[in-house]
Design a protein around this ligand. Structure first.
Ligand code: F6P
Length: 535
């Protein structure tokens, strides 16, 4: 194995896994289920209200044992301690990855110039002041709208938390997000908003992101349509790691909230980047979100691997990629509040582990991150599930279900739909069963091949007892740690993202110096120019 934690023991553990892969590649999970009465208890874990069922994965007890051996052989326990101990695991940028310290003061680095705990309290105090109308705009009007500018990690996490936890019809300011460059997005977000009653949050860790800075300039102009230059500062908040630049833009020093360099954008919802969510859900709910994530951190750090939710999920993911050659991972939330989870997870996973070299710069010898996709359910059932049933590919699936604490009949139906899909996608329908069905329906049995569903789509199901701040915090931290474990086992640095810079460089060159990268780009620019002024 070509990993930074590569040892003879780890290589041996990877080879042992190959043997199980050969054995199980052609197996059907329904048969594994039938052969082992104790499968469900052995392939499910209950922890702090969460129920994690991985019995529908195409692996058996010896394969699972081999995966757990791999985790030990690859020195995962040491990796976890290095992560929590603040080791500079992001070696290409010479920094630790300590996002967990944003939810656990005990993990804060001792030598920091900034008091991060005090900073969080400042954020939550601002949250309370805005939500209660104590803090108003320059003309004395309470804030009715919060405009949150930011993209990638500076948008996806807070948007997800807002959608999952904000109450409809709350008598608190409405949060609207703007991420991209299409002016239509900003127009929609500003519809019905008034500068005097709008607070603008500009979140950009680097304060150099084209989309966010262009939106910030446009919104500044919009604010100026009503407010004076002197009043502007009372409507602006900046979240970034370069305060001087935010100040230069016109944000008052006391309204600039710093970000530590050791919190990556895609892991930053727990930090000041979470401010839109704090404002949407309130300080108590945000504290509960942090506590839920912290509880998952402790579970991850201390639970034995055989009971450790993020470790198990990571090992199962690895198995699906390496043993079963599955290229994609679909995330299927059966909860309206989790509709943005696939997008958040897409960045978390693909930006972290979408890498082709190991920590020492040598090529990886195995595939790294899967292609992550998915969407809110049950809409997917009526759209892309067809391919899962009868297409030619296998996808690894995560079903996310939420309990029914209010005994709502529709909530129950929704969860039942998810349970049924996981079962149907595993069992499938045989040719014989298809024929029998057609005969029973008085139809031509020759149509049977069109009704066959091979099943055997591997899935895990995670059930949250309710969509509360605590359980949402657990869920997001669960995925963060899963991604870390996989990166560690592949021996890659999960915390940099140099790849995304190439496209940014080309866009800058194209815009600033008119440099054409190739004839295709020249032709497109010509067509674009032809379109201009022709509305
Ligand atoms: O271009 C990718 C990226 O740097 C992400 O890693 C990040 O979450 C996003 O852009 C936004 O970056 P920033 O917060 O610096 O504007």
């Amino acid at each position: 194995m070509n990993t930074s934690v590569s040892t003879n023991t780890a290589e041996h553990a990877w080879r042992a896994l190959d043997k199980h892969a050969e054995r199980l590649r052609g197996a059907h999970t329904a048969a594994l289920f039938a052969a082992d009465e104790a499968r469900l208890p052995a392939f499910s874990v209950t922890h702090d209200g969460l129920y994690f069922d991985f019995s529908r994965q195409r692996l058996d007890a010896p394969a699972l044992a081999a995966l757990l051996d791999l985790a030990d052989a690859a020195r995962l326990p040491q990796g976890i301690e290095q992560l929590f101990g603040g080791a500079r695991l992001n070696h290409t940028e010479n920094r630790p990855a300590l996002h967990m310290a944003m939810r656990d003061d005990a993990l804060l680095p001792a030598n920091s110039d900034t008091d991060w705990a005090a900073n969080r309290e400042r954020l939550l105090a601002l949250t309370d002041a805005v939500r209660t109308g104590q803090l108003c705009g320059a003309t004395g009007e309470p804030f009715a709208h919060i405009l949150a500018l930011g993209i990638g990690g500076s948008e996806l996490g807070p948007r997800l938390v807002c959608e999952a936890l904000a109450q409809p019809n709350a008598r608190t300011p409405q949060v609207r997000f703007v991420a991209g460059l299409d002016p239509a997005e900003l127009t929609f977000a500003l519809a019905g908003a008034h500068p005097e009653r709008t607070l603008v949050l500009i979140a950009s860790k680097s304060w150099s992101t084209l989309e966010t800075l262009e939106n910030a300039r446009a919104v500044r102009q919009w604010l100026r349509s009503t407010l004076s230059e002197a009043q502007l500062a009372q409507h602006l908040v900046a979240i970034c790691s370069v305060p001087a630049q935010a100040h230069e833009f016109g944000v008052a020093a006391e309204r600039i909230f710093p970000l530590p360099e050791w919190v990556g954008g895609r892991f930053s919802v727990w930090s000041a980047v979470g401010l839109p969510a704090m404002l949407a859900v309130g300080s108590d709910a945000f504290r509960a979100l942090l506590a839920g994530a912290q509880a998952m951190d402790r579970h991850f750090r201390h639970a034995p691997f055989a009971q450790n939710l993020p470790v198990l999920a990571a090992l199962i993911g690895l198995w699906n990629i390496h043993a079963l050659n599955i290229e994609t991972h679909a995330v299927l939330p059966y909860a309206h509040g989790l509709r943005s989870l696939p997008a958040w997870l897409q960045q978390l996973d693909m930006e972290s582990n979408g890498k082709r070299v190991t920590r020492d710069g040598t090529p990886v010898t195995l595939h790294s991150a899967p292609i992550v996709w998915g969407g809110a359910e049950p809409a997917g059932q009526h759209a892309f599930h067809q391919l899962l049933y009868q297409g030619t590919r296998t996808a690894a699936l995560d079903f996310l279900l939420v309990g029914n604490p209010h005994n709502h009949p529709m909530q129950r139906l929704l969860a039942e739909c998810g349970i049924a899909q996981a079962a149907a996608l595993m069992h499938g329908r045989s040719l014989d069963a298809a024929r029998a069905l057609l005969v029973q329906q008085g139809k031509d049995p020759a149509l049977a091949p069109h009704l066959v569903c091979p099943g055997n789509q591997p899935s895990s199901t995670l059930l949250l007892p309710a969509l509360t701040p605590h359980h949402l915090g657990q869920l997001l931290a669960f995925y963060e740690h899963k991604i870390f474990v996989q990166g560690w086992l592949w021996g890659i640095n999960s915390f940099d993202q140099f790849g995304v810079e190439l496209g940014k460089e080309m866009a800058r060159a194209l815009h600033n110096t008119n440099r054409r990268p190739d004839p295709a780009a020249t032709a497109l620019l010509t067509a674009l120019a032809r379109s201009e002024g022709k509305a």
